[in-house]
Design a protein around this ligand. Structure first.
Ligand SMILES: [Zn+2]
Length: 107
């Protein structure tokens, strides 16, 4: 995938409102989530991290500069285009575990 293709997919995700910022109340904890074709991915933009397979197999190895999820979150922050979803703190662990469980899931 070229840089142009990565850019395109990132912009497409933003346009289709698949970039979501979960804000938990009352703590104010935040999670960035991008909804992809095969699942939802947790993105940590400051840490340059994403839970998708592309990130694990191609970004960490240096084959790709970024996955499009990470790029989409960064661009959506710059452009202030993302959906905010408010949740209760009590659902934080369940949502986080769900996101981490989905990684590498087969079906
Ligand atoms: Zn990713």
């Amino acid at each position: 995938m070229t840089t142009e293709e990565l850019d395109y997919k990132a912009l497409e995700a933003i346009r289709e409102k698949r970039v979501k910022l979960y804000i938990f109340k009352p703590s104010g904890r935040r999670l960035w989530i991008v909804v992809g074709r095969h699942g939802r991915y947790l993105v940590l933009p400051k840490a340059e991290y994403c839970t998708c397979n592309d990130f694990f197999f191609r970004v960490i190895s240096g084959e790709k500069p970024s996955c499009y999820h990470l790029l989409a979150v960064k661009k959506s922050i710059q452009e202030e285009k993302y959906s905010i979803i408010e949740k209760e703190d009590t659902s934080y662990m369940r949502i986080l575990e769900d996101l981490l469980d989905k990684r590498g899931e087969e079906a």
